[in-house]
Design a protein around this ligand. Structure first.
Ligand SMILES: Cc1cc2nc3c(=O)[nH]c(=O)nc-3n(C[C@H](O)[C@H](O)[C@H](O)COP(=O)(O)OP(=O)(O)OC[C@H]3O[C@@H](n4cnc5c(N)ncnc54)[C@H](O)[C@@H]3O)c2cc1C
Length: 400
């Protein structure tokens, strides 16, 4: 494929879908230049791991704690990820909690049915592995928000930062996250309109116009996530709990405002505890970002610490109530409690139809868990969307 009309492709977003796209493009033998732009400090997106520069052993999977594969055929990238040791079968017990606080075996559902996996040594290893499968021939730019886009019908796509400085030029562009195309960026960041909108208008490509409308129709559910690190002297109780992942049944969710509890024992004896709120709880606290959330860094003013502490206290109290059957007193120690607010945790249908994922006239493609089809709204869908777009791109470029 060297020397094809598309010599350079820029991908915005290094979540599962963007990383799967570059891995699959290379597996299919596409040799053009690839750049990946990501506002986060590393790859992973909603399947990332919070690590500490000063404390090497500390890690918390603060988005997806695991992922399931239930489609057939399974994603083509699954086997190489397993063979490379980047992911491993989920090792712990799954349980459900009823409204009276009793445990039940997990029957398996949308997020927990089929084969279960996790990143080996942290969920971010899934994306790290995908980038590795791409063979290291990808220009990776972390910590950079692409804020503006520009293009002419025959010229290259231009990626620009907040100060309108040119970051990159590419023949083809892929958005693997919807921030630049979805109206939520207006409420979230106070942008006048989604940055792709004026560009799409100027291009006048009916397929792109339809894709933009379909992306705008995507719904998103938020989640608040409480992150705790239990020191080694107290962690024994937590390690002995009869589950690694606990899901709350509907009535239990309503009672406690919690949806899932994930235990992540660390090699040094500590135990990370990650508590996911319900959609309803997070929707009530939409304006509380959590100082460590990616979105907080993009806000013109720093979020209120007081309101954040109140949300942390509410989630902590609910957790202590739930666990009193097993750990009493439920002493969390002096470790820091952090809040992560995911404004767009789970995509809601209708998804982007597959025929709109690539708009050849405008030289733009879309991937991500919002693409309709198997695995919609989950890691599996994100993986498959990257693969599907890569397949489509390569055959389109070959046809050129
Ligand atoms: C709390 C939580 C729990 C979850 N649990 C599960 C689970 O158990 N199982 C499961 O399968 N799924 C789960 N999910 C969903 C799963 O994480 C997602 O479906 C999947 O990770 C989506 O991947 P993606 O590549 O489509 O999008 P993302 O991960 O959102 O990737 C998009 C990336 O693009 C970047 N980006 C966007 N715009 C820009 C820009 N302008 N400039 C630079 N970078 C940009 C973003 O920072 C992001 O990293 C969970 C999600 C959350 C939040």
């Amino acid at each position: 494929m060297t020397g094809s009309p598309a010599d350079r492709l820029a991908v915005i977003g290094a979540g599962v879908s963007g990383c799967a796209l570059v891995a699959q493009l290379r597996r299919l033998g596409w040799h053009g230049d690839l750049s990946v732009w990501e506002t986060g400090r590393g790859p992973g997106g909603r399947a990332s791991t919070r690590r500490s520069r000063s404390d090497g052993g500390r890690r918390l999977d603060h988005g997806a704690p695991l992922f399931n594969i239930s489609s057939s055929p399974e994603p083509a990238l699954l086997a190489p990820l397993l063979e490379g040791g980047w992911i491993e079968p989920w090792p712990g017990r799954l349980a459900q909690l009823d409204v009276d606080g009793a445990l039940h075996p997990h029957p398996g559902d949308r997020l927990h049915g089929g084969r279960l996996f996790r990143g080996r040594g942290g969920m971010d290893q899934l994306c790290q592995g995908l980038l590795e499968l791409a063979g290291g021939r990808v220009e990776l730019r972390f910590g950079t928000l692409v804020r503006h886009l520009a293009v002419t019908p025959t010229g290259p796509w231009q990626l620009l930062d907040d100060g309108q400085q040119l970051l990159d030029e590419a023949d083809w562009l892929v958005l693997s996250g919807t921030l630049l195309a979805h109206p939520r960026s207006q409420q979230l960041l106070g942008w006048e309109e989604p940055p792709l909108q004026p560009v799409a208008r100027s291009l006048g490509d009916p397929q792109l116009t339809e894709a933009m409308a379909s992306i705008a129709a995507l719904g998103y559910e938020p989640r608040c996530v409480l992150l705790l690190l239990i020191d080694a002297s107290r962690a024994d109780h937590w390690r002995k709990l009869p589950f690694r992942l606990l899901e709350f049944q509907p009535a239990a969710r309503q009672r406690w405002g919690l949806e899932r509890l994930a235990l992540q024992p660390l090699e040094d004896g500590r135990c990370a505890v990650v508590v996911h709120s319900t959609d309803a709880f997070a929707s009530r606290h939409l304006s509380v970002y959590g100082a460590g959330s990616a979105i907080a860094r993009l806000q013109p003013t720093q979020p209120s610490g007081e309101r954040e502490q109140a949300v942390i206290a509410e989630l902590t109290a609910a957790l202590q109530q739930v666990l009193k059957h097993w750990i009493s007193p439920c002493d969390l120690g002096d470790g820091p409690s952090k809040l992560m607010r995911w404004g767009a945790a789970f995509a809601q249908p209708p998804g982007l139809p597959a025929e709109l994922m690539l708009c050849p006239q405008s030289r733009i493609g879309f991937c991500g868990d919002g693409l309709e089809g198997p695995g919609f709204g989950r890691v599996e869908g994100a993986l498959l969307s990257g693969e599907r777009l890569a397949n489509r791109l390569v055959s389109t470029l070959r046809a050129h």
